[in-house]
Structure formats: structure tokens, C-alpha cells
Design a protein around this ligand. Structure first.
Ligand code: ATP
Ligand code: ZN
Length: 307
């Protein structure tokens, strides 16, 4: 007996009635480096959907959005052609495909760089030294454009995998390839000499979807949520006690989003200061706050932050 026989047909229906004029389509990578962070972000902004296994398509139960799972290489074209309204993909692929899409927001994951690298002992120091040489890459358009802008035109050899071994195999003098930590380059005795592009995962939109008022309104709702989650990740919430006399020095360290909240304490001459602080300068600021006279510093994470 098939296990699906117990499932009523209505269970597959979305809880929110689908209004196709408003229902957006978002393409994401089905399985790869961007997948976990992408799905985590979509769940963090409150979307409810199934994302197990090899499914190609999910409907959100609580937001007018359908999610399409695909190869990351196909996402720029899907968005460019309007097959989907939105995509989450590495900026490197948008740059490579040269499609007409709007970058709405960098997403803070999938960081990597498209770099020019040469053999560790090769005589090349700068990209223009590669004039007349062979450059292997799986990013031929980006590479060609980059060298053309430098007024140089090495021979670009387009290969789709294991680009890093091309110099050792004598196939090329240099490569243009993605790197995140540089470890694969080192493993292959390669040395980076220039950066073509800094990349991270980005939310991109089809330009026509942005003009359509109904779609635009739903995209804006989605954007507001993503921005709130991203802002919350950037900040910590700080509460501390301090003598009133320390306030000017404390304010100089933590200006707060607008200004810190200052609450008098039962103890005369003492106040509690509440403020948000950027993660990036967190430890440095804590040290300066303690030096300024703050005590009992309490730190908590924020879940959402609407600026
Ligand atoms: P698919 O099967 O979807 O075509 P893929 O193997 O081509 O996947 P991944 O290796 O999963 O792609 O990389 C997806 C994206 O992750 C890249 O386009 C890039 O934006 C980003 N990325 C982050 N770090 C790296 C890295 N070290 N090497 C390659 N890509 C990276
Ligand atoms: Zn790919």
C-alpha cells in the first residue's frame, strides 16, 4: 500500500490562498555552498516551507512566495529572463553572465574572490605581464573583460572544472578562479597576483518585476524582513550600569543607533545605559566602556532590528 494513501488531498494546499498576481518566484541553489545559508536566511525571516531532499519547488505557507531550486549557474538567466522574479546567487555569476538584473541586497555569506593566480615561481607580478600568455578559467567572460579593461588580451582558455591544476599541467600560464581562503591555491603552488571581483551571495531581482506595483509591494515586504534580520546580526544589545559622571565618556564610545537610553537607578548618582553596538567593534568598545567607568555590562543578541 502506498504510504501517501492516508494523506488527504487537501493537505498539499497552501494555507494562504495563492494569488498568482502577488506570488513571487525566488530561485535558490539546490545543493551547494550557498544552500544552507540561503535556507537559514529564508527561515529566519519567518518563511514556512519544506526544503527537504531533491525537491525542485516549494510554496511558502505563510507568504506569497514560491521557491525554485536549481543549479546556481542557471539562476542569473532565470532572473534576467523573468522566469523568476528574484534569485539568491553569488555576485560572481551575475558578473559572469552579464544579465540585466538588479542587485537588491548583499546577504553576508558566500564570501569569495575571483582572482588572477600564477605559478608560485612564475615570473609574472602583475596581470599585464600576462599579455600573450594563456589564462585558464571557468569565468571566461569576466576574465576577458578584466584583461580588456587593462588593455591586455591574453588567450583565455575556458575550462569547467579543476582550473587550479591547469598551470601544473602546462595547459596555461595563469588562472582566473574563485577562492575563499586561498588554501586550494596554496595546495596547487599558485600565487594570487590580482583580484578581479569581490563576491558574496546577493539577492537579485528581475527589472520588470520591480516595476510591477503588486510584485514590487511583495518584494519590499521581503526586503524589509531580510534587512531586519541582517541588521540584527550586525548588532548586539548592551545594558550597563555607570556613575552619572561617566556618561559623557560612555556616550563617546557608544553613540547608539540614535542615542543611548539612559535610566536612573535606585542608587543616587547611578544610571543604566541601554544601547545597540556593532558586532565589528564589539570587543574594542567593551574595553573602552570599562575604562570609561561602565560596570555590570550585559550583552544580548538581537533577533530582528527595524531601522
Ligand atoms: P551547482 O551545482 O549549483 O552548479 P557549483 O558547484 O557550481 O554548484 P558551488 O561550489 O556550490 O557551485 O559554489 C556556489 C557559489 O558559492 C559560488 O558561485 C560562489 O559565489 C560561492 N563560493 C564561496 N566560496 C567559494 C569557493 N571557495 N569556491 C567556489 N565558490 C565559492
Ligand atoms: Zn554551478
Amino acid at each position: 500500500m502506498s504510504s501517501s494513501s492516508a494523506r488527504p488531498a487537501s493537505a498539499a494546499k497552501p494555507l494562504v490562498a495563492a494569488d498568482d498576481r502577488h506570488r513571487l518566484k525566488l530561485a535558490v541553489q539546490r545543493s551547494g555552498r550557498l544552500t544552507d545559508d540561503t535556507l537559514a536566511l529564508l527561515h529566519a525571516i519567518g518563511l514556512e516551507f519544506e526544503s527537504y531532499g531533491q525537491r525542485l519547488f516549494s510554496h511558502c505557507r505563510n507568504f506569497p512566495l514560491s521557491i525554485l531550486y536549481g543549479r546556481d549557474d542557471d539562476i542569473p538567466e532565470y532572473v534576467g529572463l523573468g522566469t523568476v522574479d528574484l534569485g539568491i546567487v553569488g555576485r560572481n555569476l551575475i558578473h559572469e553572465e552579464g544579465v540585466e538584473v538588479e542587485e537588491l541586497l548583499p546577504l553576508g555569506f558566500g564570501y569569495c574572490s575571483l582572482i588572477v593566480a600564477v605559478g608560485r615561481d612564475a615570473p609574472f607580478q602583475v596581470p599585464s605581464d600576462l599579455a600573450g600568455c594563456k589564462v585558464a578559467t571557468s569565468y571566461p567572460n569576466s576574465a576577458r573583460r578584466y584583461f580588456a579593461e587593462l588593455g591586455s588580451s591574453p588567450e583565455i582558455i575556458s575550462i569547467s572544472g579543476s582550473v587550479e591544476v591547469a598551470p601544473a599541467m602546462g595547459l596555461a600560464d595563469a588562472i582566473v578562479e574563485l577562492t575563499a581562503t586561498g588554501s586550494t591555491l596554496m595546495l596547487n603552488d599558485l600565487r594570487p597576483i590580482a583580484t578581479v571581483l569581490e563576491s558574496e551571495a546577493v539577492l537579485v531581482a528581475n527589472p520588470a518585476s520591480l516595476i510591477d506595483p503588486a510584485r514590487r509591494a511583495t518584494i519590499d515586504r521581503l526586503l524589509m524582513r531580510v534587512k531586519a534580520v541582517r541588521a540584527a546580526r550586525r548588532y548586539k544589545y548592551l545594558m550597563m550600569n555607570a556613575p552619572e559622571s561617566a556618561l559623557p565618556a560612555i556616550r563617546a564610545v557608544v553613540p547608539g543607533l540614535k542615542a543611548p537610553t539612559i535610566v536612573p537607578l535606585a542608587e543616587p548618582g547611578w544610571v543604566a545605559v541601554h544601547t545597540a553596538i556593532e558586532e565589528e567593534v564589539f570587543w574594542e568598545s567593551i574595553e573602552r566602556l570599562r575604562a570609561a567607568g561602565a560596570t555590570e555590562i550585559l550583552v544580548s543578541s538581537l533577533e530582528k532590528l527595524m531601522l
